[in-house]
Write a protein that binds this ligand. Structure first.
Ligand code: PAP
Length: 334
């Protein structure tokens, strides 16, 4: 009897010759590249590193996405708490529909993963179709991206749409990414040593990296256009989530009423979106996203400071040193 073949890795379909545009193929063969962990290659495009399987989606998004002034875009580097913020932003915008106990039983987060409810642009919509029809999205459209500020589609930068940017302490970010990559890699490729991830990160070579340039781009945009870009840290959200949920609601133009503040709406949203609640739901324990990634991979620990359980003090100091040097003068600290 023949041994069954393992399923193809999730990215394989996006690398097929008939799926990739000629523009993307030309780019892939002309820009600097590095080995990635998935294991595909990373390519330096507009100053940032993108996996080969993703670049087609990035180009399609840049070429075709038309922002509306009412759009709200969540922006993160991968593994900065995207799933959590997607859940929170979705709940904030749709809270009117699920305010009583009957409608709460039908809350979409109970049966759908945050990534299904708030789709990525380049990492889903424009990865799966060159120019997807977005007319079915209700206004305001809630969408997400990992793109750096300087690589956003021109219409996003030109329009009055709003951007919520979430970043995270790089040490926890690396540890989270390392776990994720090791789950997503084909089993026969084995595990990647954490030190290898760290070495590349410190050279700026990570998905959508250099990490510091990603953060700095949005930090600057937020300082210059606070009405357009809200800059949020995962650690601050964890420390005082209700303050930040109110800040998010104000920024998105849907502030809490006095009555909502009295009747526990903020706490209800935080309970629904908590790590414990979301990670225990059947929908997040099994099955795959349409991109092919397993839903359960997006819920690991959801803690601040978990890096100490995986990195030596020296490794931590090395990252701190690089970040201090790169963020020098920006007023930004982790
Ligand atoms: P993405 O950027 O690839 O979409 P993202 O959702 O940012 O991934 O990464 C998952 C991280 O968010 C995990 O962090 P960890 O590895 O350090 O644990 C995951 O546990 C965390 N996370 C997911 N849901 C929540 C939540 N509800 N609250 C807090 N953290 C969460």
């Amino acid at each position: 009897m023949q041994a069954s073949q393992p399923p193809p890795p999730f990215y394989e379909k996006y690398l097929q010759d008939d799926v990739m545009s000629q523009e993307c193929k030309d780019l892939l063969s002309s820009v600097p590249s590095e080995e990635d962990w998935f294991p595909t290659s990373l390519h330096l495009y507009q100053g940032f590193w993108f996996p080969s399987w993703l670049l087609n989606g990035v180009l399609a998004c840049q070429n075709h996405f038309q922002a509306h002034p009412s759009d709200i875009l969540l922006v993160t580097s991968p593994k900065c708490g995207t799933s959590w913020l997607k859940a929170i932003l979705f709940s904030l915008l749709n809270r009117g529909k699920y305010s009583d106990s009957d409608s709460q039983q039908r809350h979409p987060l109970l049966t759908q993963n945050p990534h299904d409810l708030v789709p990525f642009l380049e990492l889903r919509l424009y990865l799966q179709q060159k120019n997807p029809d977005l007319t079915a999205f209700a206004s305001p459209r809630l969408l997400a991206t990992h793109l750096p500020y300087s690589s956003l589609p021109q219409s996003v930068r030109d329009s009055k749409c709003k951007l919520v940017y979430l970043c995270r302490n790089p040490k926890d970010n690396i540890v989270s990414m390392w776990h994720f990559i090791n789950k997503a890699r084909p089993e026969e490729k084995g595990q990647i040593p954490l030190l290898e991830c760290l070495d590349k990160f410190c050279r700026g070579v990570s998905m959508y990296g250099p990490y510091w340039d990603h953060v700095l781009g949005y930090h600057k945009a937020s300082s210059e256009m606070p009405e357009k870009v809200l800059f949020v840290k995962y650690e601050e959200m964890k420390e005082d989530p209700s303050v930040h949920v109110r800040r998010l609601a104000d920024f998105m133009g849907c502030p809490f009423s006095e009555e909502e503040l009295r009747d526990g709406t903020v706490e209800g949203i935080l309970r629904m979106c908590s790590f414990d609640n979301l990670s225990a739901l059947e929908v997040n324990k099994s099955g795959k996203l349409s991109t092919g990634l397993e839903r359960k991979w997006f819920f690991r620990k959801g803690e601040v400071g978990d890096w100490v359980n995986y990195m030596s003090a020296e490794m931590g100091e090395r990252i701190d040193g690089v970040m201090e040097e790169k963020l020098h003068g920006s007023g930004l600290k982790f």
